[in-house]
Structures are given as C-alpha cells and as structure tokens.
Design a protein around this ligand. Sequence first.
Ligand SMILES: [Zn+2]
Length: 457
Amino acid sequence: MSQFIATALGSLVILGAASARASDADSATVTAIHCGHLIDTQAGKLLGETTVLIRGKRIESVESGRQAPPGSTEIDLPNETCLPGLTDSHTHLTDQTSRTAYVDQYHWNIADYAVRSTVYARRTLLAGFTTVRNVGDVANESVALRNAINAGILEGPRIFTAGIPIGSTGGHADRTNGYRSDLAGDPGVVQGMINSADDAVKAVRLHYKNGDDLIKIMPSGGVLDESSSGDNPQLTLDEIRAIVTTAHDYGFTVAAHAHGAEAIRRAVIGGVDSIEHGTFLNDEDMKLMKEHGTWYVPTIIAGDFVSTKAKVPGYYPPQVAAKAAAIGPLILGTAGRAYKAGVKIAFGTDAAVYPHGQNAHEFELMVQAGMPPMFVLQAATTHAAQLLKHDKDLGSLSAGKLADVIAVPGNPLDDISLMKRVSFVMKDGVVYKRGGNALIFEEQVNAPAPASPADDF
Ligand SMILES: [Zn+2]
C-alpha cells in the first residue's frame, strides 16, 4: 500500500513498496551474508566459505568462514558462489527488439517507451545486473527511468545514461533514416545530429543540461538503422575531438559505437574512452587502443542475435537484414583476437537488440571466443567499474564498496552457464531476489520470439 508524504513544497509524493524496502538499508541495519564460496574479482581468486558483512548501503568487511555480529540479519547461501553485482556496459533499457519495432516508431510516443522500460529495468536487475550504462535512448526518457529508480519508486539497476546518441545527418544515430521525406524532416543538434565541430560542442553541452551521465557517439555506420552501410566513417576527426574535449570538461566519458576500422581509428585518436562492437577492428586499431588505453566492449550476443533473426523473413527491413547477416557473425572472432592482443575488455551486450534479461548469455559467448571464465567475470565487475570511473564504489566485494552482491548456484568458473541462473540479488544493501525463480531466465531464453501484438493474430 502506498503512503503519502507532504514535501517541504507542500506537494504530495507517493511512496511505493520499493522505496519502503530501500529505506530499510539504513546504517543501523547489519546483514551477514554467508556464502559457500566467493569470487574475489580483484585478486582473480575463488575463495571458500566467506561472510560479507553489510552495514546500510555499504560492505563493512569480508571475512573468511562464518561470522555474525550479535543482532545482525543473517542470509545463508551455503551452496552458492557470491560475486559482486554485475555491470552491463552497453544497454538500451527503454527499447526492445520485436517484429513490429520499425512500425512501432510511427505509433509510439516517448511515454510508450518509458512505460515499457520499467519492466525491462526490473528484468535486468533480477538477472544480476545491478549497474548498467544506458548508451542511447529516444528522447532522454532514460533520465526519468534512472531518477525513478534512484528515488526508490521503481526496481532496476543503477543507471548511468548517455541520453540521446550523437551522430551525423543520415548516420546511425539519425532515427529518421528510411522515413518518407515529409516525416523525416531535418533533425538537428537537439536530436543529436551534428555536422560540424561547433555542433559537437553544443550537443555535449545539451547533454549536461539534460542531466545525462556520459556521452555516446556514432562515428561509424550501424546495423539496425535503415541506411546502406554498417561500417562507413560518419564523423570527422575534428568532430570527434570537439566532442571528447568538451565531454571531458564536464566529467563525461565517451563511448563510441564503431564497426569499421577507419571509424575506430578516428575515435581512438580522438580520445574516446571505449569502442563498442568494434567488428572490423584490425591489428593497427588494436595497437592504437592499447597505446591510448581505450576499452573494448564487444557485445557478441547482439551480433549473434541479429545474424539469427536476419534469416527470419520480415523480422528486419531488407536493408537491415543484409547488414545483420554480414556483420553479426563476425564479432565473436573479433572479440577473441582482441583478447589475445591484450586489448582492455569490459562486458557489454547491447541489450534491447536481444530481449532484456538474457544479458548473461554474453558470458558463454566470451568464453566461446577464447576468454577464460575468471576474465569474463572481471570484465563485468572490476573492468566495467574502471570504464565507468566508479571503481571506488563498484566492481568487487570489499570493505567500503556499495553492497551490490549476487549469487549463483554452484561454481561459475567450472560452468559459466550458471551466470544465467542468478539466485540472489542485493543492490545498495537491499535484497531484490532470493532463490526460487532461477528458471525464469531459461523460460525467457527458450521462448520462441519476443511477444508483440502482431504475433497474437
Ligand atoms: Zn547499442
């Protein structure tokens, strides 16, 4: 039941169940989580029986064996392995693939995307992802989603959002590609379309004004927009430099969607913090990324999903299906080569391109690409926290960090598919999931196709 609280301004705020639970994580509450095993992502070690002591929102200490201070609340996970809450560095929580997604753009208002995003956010949290970067929305609706979650009104991961992606006219970020001309119009800087270094500076400053947390740019073509190339360069080096310089003035990191080798080269030289997808990364790009300390976020699952759906007649428009079939299958090989070359890798999936909640399948694909299980778990914890520049608070189970704890039933280093069976989720010291529904994920994965109204008739 909701309760009403009068604010200082005299208006009414409605508090739901989620906020009542969030307020439980105050500094008086001490919780002892008894883990059968625990993965120390900082040291890269599997530990035996371990207790994580939590006071309020933060981890107070991590002790070997079974400890419980008097008066603490105890949570027993004897057959489980505890890990830090996972971070997906590449999500789009306000959108999701479906057979009707392209037509929906003509019918849906921003509110339609926003309402659905509340379900996707909860699904993502319950899959063990306590933090995400949201790297592109329609019209800043992810800012409202983030704020509602932070206020305790909705259940979802901690969101760092890029708001509207920045690209050039007709490029991957131009949502009107494929529209007939009178509907397409000429989107400008407010919609993220830049065509000069001056536009670039203004676009970044608009993101600051809109309350975003980072910047997402589209220096190369992409798969799912209705233009012809998935990999051509679409921003000049001057435009990229203007974005990065301005973004860093405001403390924003810059994530660059890029498939083509030339676009990747420009983005790295221009100073971006991460390359997303990176399908046609060549040896020169990898060398440059290592020199510049640029992160790579592979999103193998997105490539895998679109190449499968490209074979389903009518799922994508023809132009998109052709690009998906050509680009999708290549990312797994690229990710394996980048790992061998020693490029820094952070976990990210492009959630929305495939159904939300299935993020952990990426772990299986990373292992298939040749990465060791401990490395892929670090990619989603310590590495992702470094990319976010929030490694003081996130990425490992250690004293002083935020109490984001998950558990899986068994040892994921022996069987990485266990990451799809997260049985316990705590975020900021509040428990959101405990046993019982580990199979929900399997049901989602095995479901024939994402539900959409058109499928019912
Ligand atoms: Zn994306």
